[in-house]
Design a protein around this ligand. Structure first.
Ligand code: SF4
Ligand code: SF4
Ligand code: FES
Length: 477
């Protein structure tokens, strides 16, 4: 544990830390562009300079190991002058088109410009022009004029996703980040993390391109349901006070983007692209009306009908959702498990071409809460085998082929989405999804993560948890 001194104050550093890491850990701020806590040190942006006591020059803190008794200054006149020069150099050819840049409001270059520079570029030469809106992949657009060639994106693909999809070609002010070969970044299922770690507005998500200013948006903590990893994420949506009155109300209640919510116990600072595409999962057309054999009814009538079916059934079987929250699974267990034989089913299976699993995050089980469901209920055998005298099947969640339900058995179905099977059930309940209610999932390692609601439930939709309580309370024989 070396003791170092930052601006004259004693700091206990950890062995093998850099001065930048020791400073961050003890509350001193040293600016950085190219350094990232999960990537190797590149040392190319030079903004993190500090001055060692007694020296008349500056050195970069991200690559300076702590040593016993080291004394550094983060804000000497020499450091300030050098930072200002670095900022002037980095903005020399920068287009300063912040007004149309999606990174505005989250851009380190903007922040440091105001914090350390504040002066315009001093070159008398015209700015070097470069490629704008280069298609790096189908998902990512690159603006080379904004790139400060920090190499974070390149190192991410070499060190984290291991696709080696990006490199830098040419040198000096002609340097260009480019895909290593055609389609290389398209094949990287973690590619969109480079948009997050780009410190400037050079890498942009096509999904989010010019869609909204970030200061009109609000992040709600959530959990990706895309696989059993259960990465924690932030679902960004419009702030209520910035609702656009002229638009369809649905435009104000949509997922604008999804970013990782850093969680050392689960996903670190990363998520895969499926997690970014939650809108494709959670914004499918919704079922909004309870039904009896395909005819819309009031919720109370559907609950009465389901109670009667449960009360009359001699051999009811339930297929429990592996997308149900811990709270919903517990509610099902306490309300109904004494009356029905319950089995956990897979709501979701890998899509064609989807990566099955890997060593970084992606898991083969494409359901978020199999672990919690399996702790309470047995797994449904594959193929499903029902007892011969099954006369009622309660199906909770999507993904089960109704053709496998024994002929003649009555069906109670709880589902969130508009699907043909809804009309085939004797009783159908539309249920809420995770963006409409709070809850928890337990991932494959047993880590429990919380999600919070960000949108109201559509009218006619019920929470599965309250439905189970209502069915259990009145369904006693
Ligand atoms: S595109 Fe962004 S992350 Fe990549 S080198 Fe340029 S500034 Fe760095
Ligand atoms: S690894 Fe799994 S849980 Fe994490 S973002 Fe991807 S699909 Fe979602
Ligand atoms: S952060 Fe140290 S050189 Fe870039």
């Amino acid at each position: 544990m070396p003791e170092i001194f930052i601006n004259g104050q004693s700091v206990q550093a950890a062995d093998n830390q850099s001065v930048l890491e020791a400073a961050r850990a003890s509350g001193y701020y040293i600016p950085y562009f190219c350094w990232h806590p999960k990537l190797s040190v590149a040392g190319n942006c030079r903004i993190c300079v500090v001055q060692v006591e007694g020296r008349s020059w500056v050195e970069i803190a991200c690559n300076m190991p702590v040593t016993e008794g080291l004394r550094v200054f983060t804000d000497s006149d020499l450091v300030k002058a050098h930072r200002k020069m670095v900022m002037q150099f980095l903005t020399l050819n920068h287009p300063v088109d912040c007004g149309i840049c999606d990174k505005a409001g989250e851009c380190t270059l903007q922040d440091y410009h105001y914090a350390y520079n504040g002066a315009p570029s001093i070159s008398h030469e015209p700015k070097v022009r470069s490629t704008k809106f280069h298609d790096l992949s189908a998902r990512i657009v690159l603006d080379n004029e904004r790139c400060i060639v920090c190499s974070r994106c390149v190192r991410f693909t070499h060190e984290i996703s291991k696709s080696c999809a990006l490199g830098i070609k040419h040198r000096g002010d002609e340097s260009l980040v480019r895909a290593s070969e055609d389609g290389a970044l398209d094949r990287d299922p973690y590619s969109d993390n480079v948009v997050d770690i780009c410190p400037v507005g050079a890498l942009l998500s096509r999904q989010f391109l010019h869609k909204a200013r970030v200061w009109y948006l609000k992040p709600t903590p959530s959990v990706c349901p895309g696989c059993a990893r259960g990465c924690t994420v932030q679902i960004w949506h419009r702030k209520p006070e910035w609702r656009l009155k002229a638009l369809d109300p649905k435009q104000n209640a949509r997922i604008d983007r999804v970013t990782p919510l850093e969680n050392p116990a689960v996903n670190g600072p990363w998520i895969c692209n499926k997690g970014r595409d939650l809108a494709a999962i959670l914004e499918r057309a919704r079922a909004e009306a309870p039904m009896l054999k395909g005819k819309p009814v009031e919720l109370a009538a559907a609950i009465d009908a389901a109670r009667r079916l449960l009360g009359a059934a001699k051999r009811p079987v339930a297929l429990v959702s592996s997308w149900g929250s811990n709270e919903e699974l517990a509610a099902f267990k306490s309300a109904l498990s004494a009356r029905v034989d319950a089995f956990v089913k897979e709501d979701s299976t890998p899509a064609p071409g989807e990566r099955l699993d890997d060593d970084l995050l992606i898991r083969a089980d494409k359901n978020p809460n199999t672990t919690a469901a399996r702790a309470l209920f047995a797994q449904l055998p594959n193929p499903a085998v029902f007892p011969a005298d099954t006369d009622l099947v309660l199906v909770w969640g999507e993904g089960f082929d109704f053709a496998r339900i024994p002929a003649g058995a009555r069906i109670i179905f709880l589902n969130a989405w508009l699907q043909p099977e809804n009309g085939h059930a004797d009783v159908f309940f539309p249920v809420s999804i995770q963006t409409e209610r709070p809850g928890h999932y337990t991932n494959f390692q047993g880590v429990v993560s919380a999600f919070e609601p960000c949108f109201p439930k559509p009218p006619g939709v019920a929470d599965a948890e309250s439905l189970f309580a209502a069915l259990g309370a009145q369904g006693q024989p």
